[in-house]
Design a protein. Structure first.
Length: 149
């Protein structure tokens, strides 16, 4: 809903998609997709995949359309993806080396559009910068030693 606050836009149809990896190698096609039609053209789609399977968002949405609960037109679909940038700071809770390593790994991870088979021409990435310093928690400091008697 951050998009509604910032851009003052709400789309005609909003699909919230969750992809779950199960503890089995392969999930049968009849158990793959669940669709819940909520109010005001909001839909919840949950896709189940085995750990040996590669999820494909377009295939998931086509399967969801076949349930007759989700109107879906591939050509008219825009995918909104989150992109986080980890800020490594010397004052961070994990320490500069650990935060730098975490940031490096995150930058080099496979992009969501490639991971989930999303057409790049239909993808919009929305980014955020994340500081790993916990909000409201001051950096840890050594406790003062009690005064000697």
């Amino acid at each position: 809903m951050h998009q509604v606050d910032r851009l003052r836009v709400l789309h005609d149809r909003v699909v919230l998609l969750t992809i779950l990896t199960e503890d089995v190698a392969v999930v049968s096609p009849e158990k793959r997709v669940q669709v819940l039609a909520a109010e005001d053209n909001f839909y919840r789609v949950v896709a189940h995949y085995g750990f040996m399977e590669q999820p494909n968002v377009e295939e998931i949405l086509k399967a969801a359309r076949e349930t007759n609960l989700l109107p879906y037109d591939a050509a008219e679909t825009t995918y909104f993806l989150g992109r986080e940038t980890i800020l490594a700071r010397a004052t961070g809770q994990m320490g500069r080396i650990a935060e730098s390593l975490f940031s490096y790994l995150q930058r080099n991870a496979v992009a969501a559009d490639r991971q989930f088979g999303i057409p790049p021409s239909q993808a919009v990435e929305i980014g955020a910068q994340i500081d790993l310093l916990a909000r409201g928690v001051p950096p840890t400091r050594p406790l003062p030693r009690p005064a000697s008697p």
